[in-house]
Design a protein around this ligand. Structure first.
Ligand code: MSP
Length: 514
């Protein structure tokens, strides 16, 4: 019997009409960092991502090539899958909505909703945007060029009229408002929560949940003229991956409801209105939290395929290295806000913070230990107040980082870590171990020991953000595999004096543009 607490975290599943760009990477990165943090903090983590492969948008993209939707989706899904490897994402599962386990799960949910009288056959006449795969009301539209109508997202809409199954969303208004009230952190950040509450207060209309003019989807049980609306199909992935419809299974009981569903602000309504209503209507619990983050923009415009302003993650990683990219994306913009992408800002963070502050600190300390302590963890003598102060900062870091991570404030977590980086640099300058070497070698050993211990904590805290570099730093401190978790924070995991250390190697090189 697993005694660790579980933590289930999900990304949206990405449309396979598109090559992955930095926006897609951003959401998955945020989840990866949280998943890694929770694992190091002793949780039993399940981290899910995947691809959303049905619907008109994907069908249209496939048609534009000479490939069948099946072959087309196999290819594009593989791009997303490969990207997981490139970014070293630590997802435990990668779901594709074209998999049999998912088709089965969708149909089971549909049948459950039918048996609970939540679905009826009607007729849809209204506006639809293929790009958003969304139905829009007349009053949400604006005039576009050439007499077109535009959705608030800027996508053109078309008028559709067809038989459709509807989900009785209008019946769930009160329950949804109660949910937002009882689970205050259901929608984070607060501004998004307020937005959703006002939307639901205005009243809800029933949701069209099938399409009769699209064939690329999950067939509606018992009616071959319809496939399920792609958003219903897509949302269900989150429960498919934990074993739905086997709700009595250990896996389902362990991981559902999800602890955190991360989304971009573009898909907030789907995740905080339709999704919890569908779940409640099927007798299932809504997730514990949905966090809607902001957008990466390029010169003020949302990065997307349709805007032709993509920033390619593969090129970025080739140019700057994986860990610097991971660090930059979560450090530069307070999580939740929009951020405008700039190479200038990236280089500034890499050179100013990673290379000059953290990289330099590690290099200085490890080189001094190599030269002046026979390449072994130094033997510390009695500690002075300044030593205790720096160590206390390092030991307390986990608590501060944990608080920030629990509210998905990555930039705050990194800021707390950086406070300790800066204190350490100040401490080295003040203690001047290179002078102590002549005047007081035993004091020098204590100072270098305190610094090595602080570096160990910095490496542990940075591990979720920059896993490879943090592991290299721990290698250079000879931290054993079993001590690379947060259980080793504090004196319990202290470095053993006398342990031989390998030759120091730079961890964060400066970026020099060619
Ligand atoms: N397939 C749906 C989601 C179904 S989830 C049940 C979808 N896919 S998407 O590929 O268009 O985008 C998904 C997510 O990618 C967004 O919600 C967001 O998390 C991320 N981003 C896409 N572009 C982005 C930016 N420019 N900036 C930040 N994140 C963005 O919607």
């Amino acid at each position: 019997m697993e005694s660790r607490q579980s933590f289930y975290i999900t990304t949206p599943i990405y449309y396979v009409n598109d090559v992955p760009h930095i926006g897609h990477v951003y959401t998955t990165l945020a989840c990866d960092v949280l998943a890694r943090f929770k694992r190091l903090d002793g949780f039993d983590v399940k981290f899910l991502t995947g691809t959303d492969e049905h619907g008109q948008k994907v069908e249209k993209a496939a048609r534009a090539t000479s490939l069948t939707p099946r072959v087309f989706t196999d290819n594009v899904s593989q791009n997303f899958h490969d990207l997981m490897g490139l970014m070293e994402f630590s997802n435990d599962d990668f779901i594709r909505t074209t998999e049999p386990r998912h088709m089965r799960s969708c149909q089971a949910l549909w049948n459950e909703l039918v048996s609970r009288d939540q679905i009826y056959l009607g007729y849809y006449a209204g506006w639809y945007s293929v790009r958003d795969e969304a139905f829009w009301n007349k009053d949400e539209l604006t005039d576009g060029p050439g007499g077109t109508q535009l959705a608030p997202t800027g996508a053109t809409v078309e008028w559709i009229e067809e038989p459709s199954y509807f989900f009785k969303l209008s019946n769930w208004q009160e329950e949804l408002l109660k949910l937002y009230d009882h689970q205050q952190d259901f929608i984070v950040p607060k501004s998004r929560r307020n937005e959703v509450i006002s939307f639901v207060r205005m009243g809800l209309t029933d949701l069209s949940v099938s399409r009769a003019t699209c064939t690329w989807g999950v067939p509606v049980p018992g009616d071959t003229d319809h496939v399920m609306y792609v958003w219903l199909d897509a949302l269900v992935n989150y429960i498919t991956a934990v074993g739905y419809p086997e709700t009595k299974s250990q896996t389902f009981a362990r991981y559902w409801p999800a602890n955190l569903q991360m989304v971009g602000k573009d898909i907030l309504r789907f995740h905080t209105v339709y999704w919890p209503a569908l779940l409640m209507a099927a007798g299932l619990d809504p997730p514990k939290r949905v966090f809607a983050h902001g957008w990466w923009t390029n010169q003020g415009q949302k990065i997307s395929k349709s805007s032709h302003n993509s920033v390619d993650p593969v090129t970025l990683v080739k140019r700057y290295g994986l860990d610097p990219v991971r660090y930059f994306l979560l450090r530069d913009v307070p999580f939740g806000n929009d951020g405008d992408f700039s190479h200038h800002a990236m280089v500034k963070r890499i050179n100013g913070e990673l290379a000059n502050e953290l990289g330099n600190l590690a290099q200085r300390v490890l080189s001094l230990i190599r030269r002046d302590c026979a390449a072994r963890v130094p033997e510390p003598g009695p500690r002075m107040a300044s030593d205790e102060a720096l160590l206390a900062e390092a030991y307390l870091l986990l608590e501060q980082v944990r608080l920030a991570m629990d509210k998905q404030a990555f930039h705050e977590a990194l800021k707390s870590i950086w406070k300790v980086v800066r204190s350490s640099n100040g401490y080295v300058d003040r203690q001047a171990p290179w002078i102590l070497r002549q005047t007081d070698p035993s004091r020098m050993a204590t100072v270098l020991y305190v610094l090595a211990e602080t570096l160990r904590h910095l490496a542990l805290m940075m591990a979720p953000f920059v896993p490879r570099s943090a592991a290299r730093l721990m290698d250079q401190l000879a931290v054993v595999a079993g001590a690379r978790t947060f259980a080793a924070v504090g004196p319990a995991g202290a470095l053993t004096p006398g342990t031989p250390l390998p030759r120091p190697q730079g961890i964060f090189p400066r970026f020099i543009s060619s």
